[in-house]
Design a binder for this molecule. Structure first.
Ligand SMILES: Nc1nc2c(c(=O)[nH]1)N[C@H]1C(S)=C(S)[C@@H](COP(=O)(O)OP(=O)(O)OC[C@H]3O[C@@H](n4cnc5c(=O)[nH]c(N)nc54)[C@H](O)[C@@H]3O)O[C@H]1N2
Ligand SMILES: Nc1nc2c(c(=O)[nH]1)N[C@H]1C(S)=C(S)[C@@H](COP(=O)(O)OP(=O)(O)OC[C@H]3O[C@@H](n4cnc5c(=O)[nH]c(N)nc54)[C@H](O)[C@@H]3O)O[C@H]1N2
Ligand code: SF4
Ligand SMILES: [Mo]
Length: 751
């Protein structure tokens, strides 16, 4: 009889928190998941969805064996009548029953699957060239290995088209890097010391819940919390000051704040002169953005803009938790850039509890080129393969030529749910001549279009190395249990495919531990002294910023692991690290080494070298009067993670789906009452939802949440309405620059 073990893991979902996790394993079966109480940031509690992870790992709906499609592509059911949610849609278990009845899939062996994939790839390469093959992956896991390593090696060596992975954060990354040169920011622990906290496009309770205890403690000590968001999130509801803003207008707000700060002499002239470049150009530029002018765009009164600017500049330390919501608009890159200038002109980077956090990922500096081997190329290829932007998948599948995309390999992603312009994506995925392989844990919207379906492990079933984008701890995530069924990790799949394709480079036979060692073998000084052995012993290690945390260096055995350990949400004692203040003395990673308030690089791209606000074309400020007057926020669900978790009964119970939230005045103008069935539409598509008039949004804005399309009414989700248009910087997605109209189709009273 095997003993009870507790395994240290780390949550690999696409979430800033990267929680430390403890998995109890008894007789080879995981019996309990809990947060690791020793993790200084995630502090022993998990979000509601991952707290129920055993339901996910052991769900009867897991894909457990390789399979070949024997039915036509597409969900195997008749569409639900318009406006009829759920009931008409088969449950997951019904779908699985169909699978088992072999109506859709035939089980095959791994050998058969790999043979078929490699022979189809060979044939496609012979006829169309290797660029006719397109990998498609994103954030299923963001751990260092399974998030992108063996797969990248494989597709580089194959000479496949390269995927530009821009669907999430590329605009914000370009924005922050244009000012700071790097994705570094305030440590979550230091929010404790803040006196003024702005949650700017940051849904903290929904998407970043482990920051909340630090904010809560700062507030107990007298800090003020301000939330800037067009949607009244749970965080906004408990803020000291909630400032609703019109979507896509944040650049104007930031410029107006700087107008006030500089105009009233509240800036830090010393910090500015030592560590920034282009202040005079900024001083000129912000003159164009007086609060009165900006009030018209943002919907925030000039008095409130002035008050916000003054409070922010004079209450010290002040910190901004900026999140990626702000950059999912047409002008998202510039908006991020303008906001990132704020702590540079107030000098708040100098203070513990000051600064700004958008992402901390730039500190990890793992050896990416060793992991991904971008130097690999196909034997007879003399040029770099073409690139395809993942946001434009619909376009790529339907309109690309020379060569057309003939094979699609999807892993770590569910594009049939998450990609904008859903109808175009589905049209492409339906192409009978497209050979589609999907490596998945569940029968998602995308597996409905797979020719070959491969079963994927969860993080319980494989080992990995886990960086973070919301704190500075590197973690090891150990394998807790054997893979279920015949599941294989991403690493194992691409290793096996490389062998089938006859690739002889040694990197294709490396073990997981060898790959972790390579990842850690980097030039980054902050990884100094951090080895796999130490990580295996200690679970998490704060990056080596030159000084050790008091708690670091303790072997894991010294951490009491009690089966009754309670989640410890409240920050009662200060962890008091030697604070990491990345820009207290400049050290910006820009070409000039300074915070670039003026950027030659932007000028070279014919963009405003300082910053500017351009009203999004698809917004209330677009040209002329639109047939679609309402701005849609096609948001994420608090209890799902993008489309992940949306099929599990235990998480479904926590999230009401298929709602359209609207303001009372917009509802009244359309004779819509709370609970009515409504049609939401624009020229790209339509979806049928239930109206909810609950004060979550302001006039002119409606909001709905992401879900699996096949669980939505009519087999659709909100991405039927979103567009493939790209952002100003970074070529990212514009999920929050969408215009729609809404009409009532049936009143609640008659249904
Ligand atoms: N529970 C949960 N957690 C998640 C996810 C999830 O789906 N569910 N997704 C994960 C992923 S992939 C990511 S990238 C992160 C993202 O996390 P966030 O960056 O927080 O992303 P969003 O939820 O898109 O946007 C945050 C907030 O910005 C607001 N917002 C939208 N448009 C604007 C605007 O124009 N101006 C302003 N000021 N605010 C705006 C939205 O209403 C939202 O409340 O979260 C991760 N964590
Ligand atoms: N309307 C709207 N659309 C959005 C967004 C929005 O806010 N609104 N957010 C956008 C953002 S920020 C993002 S990041 C994208 C996210 O897009 P995706 O990264 O596609 O996100 P998920 O929906 O979480 O799908 C990930 C899939 O990977 C699978 N998976 C998990 N682990 C593994 C693994 O180890 N191996 C393999 N092979 N598969 C695995 C999961 O089961 C899941 O089905 O969505 C974008 N789409
Ligand atoms: S999804 Fe985020 S909050 Fe939830 S357990 Fe994972 S890292 Fe933690
Ligand atoms: Mo994301």
């Amino acid at each position: 009889m095997m003993a009870k073990r507790v395994v240290h893991a780390a949550c690999p979902h696409d979430c800033p928190d990267a929680c430390g996790v403890l998995i109890t394993v008894e007789n080879g079966r995981a019996t309990k998941i809990q947060g690791d109480p020793a993790h200084p940031v995630t502090r022993g509690f998990l979000c509601a969805k991952v707290a129920k992870y055993l339901d996910r790992v052991y769900s009867p709906d897991r894909v457990l064996y390789p399979m070949r499609r024997i039915a036509p592509k597409g969900p195997q059911r008749s569409s639900a009548p318009h406006g009829q949610p759920r009931a008409a849609v088969p449950t997951q278990s019904q779908m699985i029953a169909a699978v088992l009845a072999q109506e859709i899939w035939r089980r095959i062996t791994w050998d058969e699957a790999l043979d078929e994939i490699s022979s189809r790839f060979r044939a496609i390469i012979a006829e169309f060239g290797s660029e006719a093959i397109l990998p498609y992956s994103y954030g299923g896991t963001i751990a260092a290995l399974n998030g992108g390593s063996m797969d990248r090696r494989f597709f580089a060596r194959l000479g496949a088209s390269q995927l530009l992975r821009t669907i999430c954060s590329a605009a914000g990354e370009a924005g922050i890097e244009s000012v700071l040169g790097v994705k570094l920011g305030t440590e979550p622990e230091q929010f404790l010391h803040s006196r003024y906290i702005i949650a700017w496009a940051a849904n903290i309770h929904g998407n970043n819940v482990h920051l909340w205890p630090f904010i809560a403690e700062a507030r107990r000590r007298g800090a003020k919390l301000v939330v800037i968001d067009p949607y009244r999130t749970r965080t906004a509801a408990c803020a000291d000051w909630y400032i609703p803003i019109n979507p896509g207008t944040d650049a104007a707000l930031a410029l107006a704040m700087m107008h006030v700060i500089i105009g009233e002499g509240l800036h830090d002239a010393d910090y500015i002169s030592k560590y920034t470049l282009g202040f005079n150009a900024l001083r000129q530029k912000v003159k164009e953005y007086p609060p009165e002018r900006v009030a018209q765009w943002t919907g925030i009164s000039a008095d409130d803009i002035r008050k916000l600017a003054r409070e922010y500049a004079t209450t010290r330390p002040a910190v901004i938790r900026l999140n990626y919501g702000v950059q999912r608009s047409e002008g998202g890159g510039m908006a991020t850039r303008a906001i990132c200038m704020l702590p540079c002109i107030t000098g708040s980077w100098k203070e513990s509890g000051g600064g700004l956090q958008l992402s901390t990922s730039g500190a990890f500096g793992l050896n990416k080129s060793a992991l991904q081997r971008p130097d690999l190329h196909a034997d007879d290829m003399s040029h770099s393969p073409r690139t395809i932007n993942m946001v434009e998948l619909g376009k790529a599948l339907n309109r690309l030529d020379d060569p057309p995309v003939k094979a699609l390999f999807v892993y770590n992603s569910n594009p049939a749910a998450v990609c904008p312009n859903h109808n175009e994506v589905i049209k492409g995925l339906k192409r009978p001549d497209l050979f589609t392989v999907v490596h998945e844990q569940f029968f998602t919207d995308t597996t409905d279009y797979a020719d070959i379906l491969l079963p994927a492990t969860t993080f319980f079933e494989h080992k990995d190395l886990q960086p973070a984008y919301g704190h500075y701890y590197l973690q090891i995530s150990d394998q807790a249990i054997e893979p279920l069924g015949e599941c294989r990790s991403n690493i194992d799949v691409f290793r096996a495919l490389a062998e089938r394709m006859g690739f002889t480079e040694t990197c294709f036979t490396e073990s997981i531990d060898e790959m972790i060692d390579e990842a850690l073998d980097s030039e980054n000084p902050w990884l100094k002294g951090i080895t796999r052995e130490r990580l295996e012993n200690e679970g998490h290690i704060r990056l080596n910023f030159g000084a050790e945390l008091r708690s670091a260096g303790q072997p894991r055995a010294a951490v009491p692991i009690s089966s009754t350990a309670q989640p410890r949400a409240a920050v009662t004692t200060c962890v008091e690290p030697n604070p990491f203040l990345p820009f207290s003395h400049g050290n910006f990673h820009t070409p000039s080494g300074k915070a670039e308030l003026y950027s030659e690089a932007l000028k070279a791209q014919s963009l405003d070298p300082v910053a500017e606000f351009k009203p999004p074309a698809e917004s209330r400020y677009g040209n002329g009067k639109s047939k679609f007057p309402l701005e849609l926020l096609a948001r994420k669900a608090d209890n799902f993670l993008n489309s992940t978790f949306s099929n599990l009964p235990s998480t479904q119970q926590m999230e009401e789906t298929n709602l359209l939230e609207m303001h009372e005045s917009d509802a009244r103008a359309r004779h819509i009452a709370d609970g009515d069935a409504v049609r939401v539409f624009n020229r790209r598509g339509e979806i049928f939802l239930k109206a909810r008039v609950d004060g979550a949004v302001q006039p002119g804005v409606v909001s709905a949440r992401l879900n699996w399309a096949k669980l939505g009414p009519g087999g659709r989700n909100i991405n039927v309405l979103t567009s493939e248009k790209l952002t100003d910087l970074g070529n990212s997605a514009t999920f929050y620059s969408v215009l729609v109209e809404v009409e009532r189709i049936r009143s609640k009273a008659n249904s």
